[in-house]
Ligand binder design. Structure first.
Ligand SMILES: [Zn+2]
Length: 191
């Protein structure tokens, strides 16, 4: 039996791609791609029909190219619907670099990284302040805001400290040796 030669026109990628889109349940017509990367964009493994090599591409870029042909170099494909995993080609539009950056600013995405402060290790004094303020009844949110630390970080400091304290309380008390019959005098002599 002979293996069927690969046909360049066989829409294998397209079929595989379509199989990974889930039916729209949001009501706004988005076509949600089922494989999503850490940044929220759909990721599709494209197979080169002639060489058989694979390449991972953004699902929305792939969808755009299926409809409109190759994306010109340096151009971006933006979501009109703001749903990153969406690959409904009617929700996509082409944009140049300047437009893309303006769009990012509008969606306030850039600041998430640009404003990120480097993590400075916590001092013992800071740690003690956080814990004592929490014990005095302040909320983690309030403390985190005041000391300029991340909420999750402050919460974990409070939790760890409280756990340590609890472990200390729960530590078994060493058994007290009872004085042998005959009274304390005999006990002292025996020791
Ligand atoms: Zn959409």
């Amino acid at each position: 039996m002979c293996k069927e030669p690969r046909n360049k026109r066989t829409p294998r990628n397209r079929q595989r791609f379509n199989a990974l889109i889930s039916a729209d349940t949001s009501g706004n017509g988005c076509h949600i791609f089922n494989r999503v990367g850490a940044n929220g964009y759909g990721l599709f493994t494209k197979i080169d029909e002639t060489t058989g090599t694979t390449k991972t591409v953004s699902s929305h870029r792939f969808a755009y190219e299926q409809k409109h042909g190759l994306i010109p170099p340096g151009m971006s494909v933006l979501h009109k619907c703001d749903v990153r995993a969406c690959c409904n080609e009617r929700h996509l539009r082409l944009a140049d670099a300047a437009e893309n950056s303006a769009d990012m600013k509008r969606k306030n995405r850039q600041s998430r990284f640009a404003d990120r402060k480097p993590r400075v290790p916590l001092t013992e004094t800071e740690r003690a302040t956080i814990v004592s303020r929490y014990k005095a009844g302040e909320t983690v949110y309030r403390i985190a805001k005041d000391v300029g630390r991340n909420y999750v970080h402050v919460r974990s400091i409070v939790r760890t400290s409280l756990k340590k304290e609890q472990a200390r309380i729960a530590e078994p008390v060493p058994p007290i040796r009872s004085a042998p019959a005959g009274g304390a005098a005999q006990y002292l002599e025996a020791a």
